[in-house]
Structure formats: structure tokens, C-alpha cells
Ligand binder design. Structure first.
Ligand code: ATR
Length: 280
């Protein structure tokens, strides 16, 4: 019986149990995914001690504990260290090891839908935003042999900090939101990583996409609504779309692989998850 779970606050509406219980079923593994909500007023150290004294293979961490968990772990993998946040912990040979599966999960979701993007690699990518999600995605894309990965953000200094992670020397520049808007036609992929456009403010858009090149892949990590205003506008302009809920699915897929050494089948899950979200 594989015991898995999630810590965070609040987590009662988390989709992780739904996703991981399907992975368990489809992989024919007996197990359970439990929510361990930790109220910020509780003693965090005690709550973690309590959790790690259980027979548990691993757990996810969400807001507000992705950084707070770090001192309680025995080891961090390089990605989690560079990103400075942990969303997955694995119990391995008596040690608690921290990972961050967001970036690699995102790239996995993109690969699943647009594999050819990674074959002919002279591609130019623009990331919009410079928060934790942007950092993970930038880091994960670095290793994929793309030609250029630029970042645009309202606060340019935060984007500058992220491109310091570029230790392989690919082209990376920081752009203002205005320049990004004007030069949108230069990109093969545009990835929106801010919360702009998320319900209930679904009428907002981070940049105007009028200059977009036809056939550009436009991605938004916001998944409520599934089709954001940004994606709707991109579609009108002839873009190919990539949806945020698939990142949610594949960051979980990678976490599940870390815990169980199993590459869970994902057939039908994209559509099923979309239905669950639309029903909310
Ligand atoms: P996460 O860790 O989930 O990625 P975050 O760290 O809160 O989230 O990052 C939010 C990102 O969205 C940042 O890039 C932020 O821009 P700033 O760095 O300038 O704060 C961006 N963001 C959020 N609201 C925005 C808005 N109304 N306009 C422009 N950018 C916004």
C-alpha cells in the first residue's frame, strides 16, 4: 500500500487526490493520497514530524509551505535548489528528499502536445512573468536545446535574477512588457506564467497579442478558466494553444514517477481533468 499525500493551506479543493488516485488505478498500484491540511496557526515542525513518522512514500507541498519545508528535508535535488522551492518530497532510504516538478512537468506537457517543437530546435521562446512558476519553466527549458528563451516581466529585476540560472550560454534577454508586445511576432512559443486572467478577473490580459506570428504556440498556465482571454485572443490570431491544466497534470505525473518509479498512463486524463474543472 503506497501512502501519498499533500500538505498546504487551504487544500480542500485540491485536484491532486483526483489526479494521483487515477494514476494509482491506471498503474494498478494499491495506494492512497491523503490531504494533510496544516493551518498556518499550527506548529509546522510538529505537523511535519507527525507526517514523516508515518509509513509514507512521499508527499506534495503547496502554498504556503513550498519554501518553509526546506529546512526539514535531508537533501534537495538541483532543480529544487536552483528554484528555491519544493513541491514534492520523496522518502528514500530513510531520507527525505525535496524536488520541484513544476518545470519538468510543464515541459512534459508541452512535449506531449507539440513534440515537433523539440525536434527542429532553432526555436524562440518568450516567458511572460518572473515568479516561481516562470523560474521552474525557464530552468527546465534551458536543457531542451532551444535557440532563445527571453523573459518579460512588469518588474525587470526579477526576470534578470532568473536568467542568472542560464549556465549553458543560450540567448536570453529581459524585455519590458511593452517591447514584448511589439516583438511578439519573433516568437515560436509564448508562455504566460502570471496570475493575470485567472478567475474572477478573467477579463484581464497581460499583453496584447496583435503582433503574434501565425502558428505560434501560445501557452497559459492559468487553468481557471480553461480557456483564458489570452488563449482566446491567441486562437483568433491563428495560434496553436497549450492549456494550463495540462501542466497541473504533468507536474503530478513526474511526482508520481519519483514516488513509484512508474510512468503512469495518462490516456483520457487531459479531457477528464478539463471536465472536472469546467464543472466547478
Ligand atoms: P508564482 O510563484 O505562482 O509564479 P508569483 O511569485 O506571485 O507567482 O509571481 C507572479 C508573477 O505575476 C510575477 O511575475 C508578477 O509580476 P511582478 O514580478 O512585477 O510582481 C506577475 N504579475 C502578477 N500580477 C500582475 C499584473 N497585474 N500585471 C503584471 N504582472 C503581474
Amino acid at each position: 500500500m503506497v501512502q501519498l499525500g499533500l500538505i498546504g493551506y487551504p487544500i480542500e479543493h485540491s485536484l491532486s487526490p483526483w489526479i494521483h488516485e487515477r494514476f494509482l488505478k491506471q498503474s494498478k498500484i494499491k495506494g492512497k493520497y491523503t490531504l494533510y491540511e496544516i493551518n498556518p496557526e499550527e506548529n509546522f515542525e510538529k505537523a511535519i514530524e507527525n507526517l514523516t513518522s508515518k509509513q509514507i512514500a512521499g508527499f506534495n507541498i503547496t502554498v504556503p509551505y513550498k519554501q518553509k519545508i526546506i529546512p526539514y528535508l535531508d537533501q534537495l535535488d538541483k532543480e529544487a535548489r536552483d528554484i528555491g522551492a519544493v513541491n514534492t518530497v520523496k522518502h528514500s532510504n530513510g531520507k527525505w528528499i525535496g524536488y520541484n516538478t513544476d518545470g519538468k512537468g510543464y515541459v512534459r506537457s508541452l512535449y506531449k502536445k507539440y513534440e515537433s517543437l523539440f525536434i527542429n530546435k532553432n526555436k524562440k521562446v518568450l516567458i511572460i512573468g518572473a515568479g516561481g512558476a516562470a523560474r521552474g519553466i525557464y530552468y527546465a527549458l534551458l536543457g531542451e536545446g532551444l535557440e532563445t528563451i527571453n523573459i518579460t516581466n512588469r518588474t525587470p529585476d526579477k526576470a534578470e535574477e532568473i536568467i542568472q540560472l542560464n549556465d549553458i550560454g543560450i540567448n536570453s534577454e529581459v524585455l519590458s512588457l511593452q517591447t514584448a508586445e511589439e516583438q511578439a511576432h519573433e516568437y515560436d512559443v509564448i508562455i504566460q506564467t502570471t496570475s493575470v486572467g485567472m478567475k474572477p478577473r478573467s477579463n484581464e490580459m497581460i499583453i496584447n497579442l496583435s503582433a503574434l506570428k501565425e502558428g505560434c504556440i501560445v501557452s497559459d498556465i492559468v487553468y481557471q478558466p480553461i480557456k483564458t482571454k489570452f488563449l482566446k485572443r491567441a486562437e483568433e490570431l491563428g495560434a496553436k494553444l497549450h492549456y494550463g491544466h495540462t501542466m497541473l497534470l504533468y507536474q503530478a505525473h513526474y511526482a508520481f514517477e519519483l514516488w513509484t518509479d512508474t510512468f503512469a498512463p495518462t490516456e483520457g486524463m487531459d479531457e477528464a481533468l478539463q471536465q472536472v474543472l469546467e464543472g466547478r
